[in-house]
Design a protein around this ligand. Structure first.
Ligand code: HEM
Length: 414
C-alpha cells in the first residue's frame, strides 16, 4: 500500500475545505474565516502534488529501467511528512524555528529522493532500452524538476527568515514561485507525460526525438525565469519565457497531434484536463511581456498578486485531476482497468474558476464577488475528484483486508 497516496487523499480533502474557506472569506459571509493564503496554495503544491510525486516516481523510474519495484523508503516518507506537518504549524504562526526545521526536513527528503532516482539506471545506462521504438526519458525530467524544488525550498524557507538579503534576491517570492512552478512541477509533469502518455493515450507521442530538446529548453528556460527575478533583469527572464513557451507548445503538440481526429479519444475528460490545464500556466507567461513593457492601464501588480492562485488551481491541480486517480486505480485496485481521472463537471468548473479569478483581476469593482465565485467553482471541481480517490482507496483497503490487493499492486504502475 502506498502511504504517500493516502496522504494525497487527505490533502485533497483539506484543499477542498481551504478553497471553500477562501470563497466564504471573499463573500465575507463568515468574517472570522480569513482565508489563510499560504495554506490555500501549499495544501495543493506541497500537500497533494508533492506527496503524489514522491509516492510515484521511484516506482515509475524502476519499471522503466526494468528493475524490481523499490522498497518503501521510510526515511524519505518520514522526513517529508514530519517536515510538512512542522511547516503547516510554523508558517501560519510565523514561527521561525519551526519554518527552518520544516523546510530543512523537506529539503533532506527531496535530496534522498534525487539520490534514489539517480541510483536506478546503473544497470541499463549503457544500452538504453528501446520499447516499441521509443526510449523512455522521464527520469532526467524528474531529477531536474526535484533539483529546482530544492532551490524553491531554500528560497521559500528563507522568505520569512531574512535569507533573501544575503542571497541577494531582488524579488524572492517570484523566484520561489518560478523555481517551484516553471522548474519543479513543469519538469515533473513533462516527465510524466513522456513516460505515461503511451499508456494513457495508447499510442506514442508525435515526435519521440523532440523529447531531449524539450527537456533542455524547459530546464534552461526555467533557469532564465529564476535568475531573472533573482537579479531583476529581463535579459534572463525574456529568453527564459521564449524557451519555456516554445518547449511547452512543442510538448503539447506532441500530445495533441496523435489524438487529432480521434473522436473516441477526446471523449475522455482526463485528456481534456491534461491539455486545458496548460492554458493556466501559459496565460501568465503570455501576458508577462505586457507587464514587462509596463503597458498603461494594464493591472500588472494585480496579475502578479493573484495569477499564482489560478496557476496552482487551474494548472497544477487540474493536471492532478487527470493523473492522480489513474495511479490510485493502479495501486489500490490493480485488478481493475485504470483510467485517467476527472469528469465533465470538474473540467467545466475548474476552468470556469480560472476565468473568474482572472476576471477578478481586471474588474476591480466586482473583485470580491468574482474571487469568491472562482473559489466556489474550484471547491465544486475538487468534490468529484475527492470522492473518486476515497472510493478507490476504500475499495482497495477493503481488498487489502482480505489479502487480494497485496500481491497484485506490486507491479501495476505501467
Ligand atoms: C518547503 C517548501 C515551501 C516553503 C517553505 C514555501 C514557503 C512559501 C512562503 C513563505 C510563501 C510566501 C507567502 C506570502 O508571502 O504570502 C510562499 C508563496 C508561494 N509558494 Fe511556496 N513554499 C514551499 C513550497 C512550494 C511549492 C512546492 C510550490 C509550488 C509548486 C509553492 C508555490 C508557491 C506560490 C504559488 C506562492 C505564492 C502564493 C500566493 O501568492 O498566494 N511553494 N511559499
Amino acid at each position: 500500500m502506498n502511504l504517500y497516496l493516502l496522504m494525497t487523499a487527505i490533502f485533497v480533502l483539506m484543499a477542498a475545505l481551504m478553497a471553500a474557506d477562501a470563497s466564504l472569506a471573499s463573500f465575507t459571509l463568515v468574517p472570522w474565516f480569513n482565508g489563510l493564503r499560504w495554506l490555500r496554495v501549499h495544501l495543493i503544491t506541497l500537500g497533494v502534488m508533492t506527496e503524489t510525486i514522491f509516492g510515484l516516481l521511484p516506482a515509475i523510474v524502476a519499471i522503466h529501467a526494468g528493475r524490481p519495484r523499490p522498497k518503501f523508503r521510510w526515511d524519505i516518507w518520514l522526513t517529508l511528512n514530519i517536515g510538512l506537518l512542522t511547516l503547516l504549524i510554523g508558517i501560519p504562526i510565523i514561527n521561525q524555528a519551526l519554518i527552518f526545521v520544516g523546510g530543512t526536513l523537506i529539503f533532506i527528503a527531496t535530496t534522498l529522493l534525487i539520490i534514489q532516482l539517480r541510483g536506478m539506471y546503473t544497470l541499463k545506462q549503457a544500452g538504453a532500452v528501446k520499447e516499441n521504438g521509443r526510449i523512455r526519458h522521464g527520469r532526467k525530467f524528474y531529477i531536474a524538476g526535484l533539483s529546482y524544488f530544492l532551490l524553491g525550498i531554500i528560497v521559500g524557507t528563507g522568505l520569512w527568515l531574512g535569507w533573501s538579503n544575503w542571497l541577494r534576491i531582488k524579488t524572492p517570492v517570484e523566484v520561489h514561485i518560478h523555481a517551484n512552478n516553471w522548474g519543479f512541477l513543469t519538469l515533473v509533469f513533462a516527465g510524466l507525460l513522456v513516460d505515461m502518455y503511451p499508456t494513457w493515450a495508447k499510442r506514442p507521442l508525435a515526435w519521440p526525438r523532440s523529447i531531449t530538446p524539450i527537456f533542455w529548453m524547459l530546464t534552461i528556460g526555467a533557469l532564465g525565469l529564476v535568475i531573472g527575478p533573482w537579479v531583476k533583469s529581463n535579459y534572463f527572464s525574456v529568453p527564459g519565457i521564449i524557451l519555456f513557451l516554445t518547449a511547452t507548445f512543442w510538448l503539447l503538440l506532441n500530445v495533441i497531434k496523435p489524438l487529432w481526429g480521434d473522436r473516441v479519444a477526446w471523449l475522455q475528460p482526463g485528456i481534456w484536463h491534461l491539455v486545458t490545464a496548460y492554458f493556466w500556466i501559459l496565460a501568465p507567461v503570455l501576458v508577462a511581456p505586457l507587464i514587462i513593457l509596463g503597458v498603461p492601464g494594464f493591472p500588472g501588480a494585480g496579475i502578479e498578486q493573484n495569477a499564482p492562485q489560478a496557476l496552482v488551481y487551474g494548472w497544477a491541480l487540474q493536471f492532478g485531476y487527470a493523473f492522480i486517480p489513474f495511479f490510485f486505480y493502479r495501486l489500490f485496485l490493480p485488478h481493475k482497468p485504470a483510467r485517467l481521472g476527472g469528469s465533465w463537471f470538474s473540467l467545466v468548473t475548474v476552468n470556469l474558476g480560472g476565468f473568474f479569478l482572472w476576471a477578478s483581476i481586471f474588474l476591480a469593482d466586482y473583485q470580491a464577488l468574482l474571487h469568491g465565485t472562482a473559489y466556489l467553482l474550484w471547491t465544486l471541481s475538487i468534490i468529484p475528484i475527492a470522492l473518486t480517490l476515497w472510493r478507490i482507496a476504500r475499495d482497495g483497503l477493503t481488498g487489502l483486508d482480505d489479502g487480494t490487493v497485496l500481491l497484485e499492486s506490486a507491479a501495476a504502475i505501467d
